[in-house]
Ligand binder design. Structure first.
Ligand code: HEM
Length: 149
C-alpha cells in the first residue's frame, strides 16, 4: 500500500517538476516573441490546472508518507537529526513554492487577456524562476530523506 503511495508521489514529482522544466525551456528556446506569446496564451491555463493538480497530489501523498514513517515524531523528539533537518528544510521549500504558485496563478488568471503592469510582470517572472530553482533543490532533499528512512 505505502509503495503505491510512494509511486504516486514520485509520479507526481516527475509531472510537477517536468512541467516546470518544459515551460522554462520554452521561455529560453522559443525566441520568436509572437510565437511565445501564443504558446503561453494557449498553454498557460492548461499548464496552470495541470500543475495545480499534481502539487495537490504531492501534498496528499507526501503527508501520508510523512505520517507512515513517523517523521513528525522524529522532528519533535530529535529535531537536530539529519532526517528532521532535511524534512524541515523540504517542508519550508514546498511551503514557499506552494505560496509562489498561488501568487503566480493569481496574476496569470487576472491578466490572461490583458497587458501586465511592470510589477505584475516582475512578480510573475520572479515567482516562476524561484519555483523552478526550488524544485531542483527539493528533489535533492527528497533523496536525502529517503536515505535516512
Ligand atoms: C514539490 C513538492 C514535492 C516534490 C517535488 C517531492 C519529491 C519527492 C521525491 C522525488 C521523493 C522520492 C525520493 C526517493 O525515493 O529517493 C519524495 C519522497 C518523500 N516525500 Fe516528497 N516531494 C514533494 C512534497 C512533499 C511533501 C509536501 C511532503 C510531506 C508533507 C513530502 C514527503 C515525502 C517523504 C516523507 C518522502 C520519503 C518517502 C520515501 O522515499 O519512502 N514530499 N518526495
Amino acid at each position: 500500500m505505502i509503495k503505491t503511495v510512494l509511486y504516486i508521489h514520485i509520479l507526481s514529482a516527475t509531472a510537477w517538476v517536468g512541467g516546470s522544466l518544459l515551460l522554462f525551456a520554452l521561455g529560453i528556446l522559443l525566441r520568436d516573441k509572437q510565437a511565445q506569446k501564443g504558446v503561453y496564451e494557449h498553454l498557460g491555463p492548461i499548464y496552470g490546472y495541470f500543475e495545480t493538480f499534481w502539487l495537490i497530489i504531492l501534498w496528499i501523498t507526501g503527508l501520508i508518507l510523512f505520517s507512515h514513517f513517523g517523521i513528525g515524531g522524529a522532528m519533535a523528539n530529535a529535531p537536530g537529526s539529519e532526517l528532521a533537518s532535511l524534512m524541515h528544510a523540504k517542508l519550508i521549500m514546498v511551503g514557499v513554492i506552494t505560496l509562489l504558485t498561488i501568487i503566480h496563478m493569481y496574476i496569470a488568471f487576472k491578466t490572461h487577456t490583458t497587458e501586465r503592469t511592470p510589477l505584475q510582470h516582475l512578480v510573475s517572472r520572479g515567482s516562476s524562476m524561484m519555483i523552478f530553482l526550488l524544485n531542483l533543490v527539493i528533489v535533492w532533499y527528497a533523496i536525502g530523506i529517503r536515505d535516512q528512512l
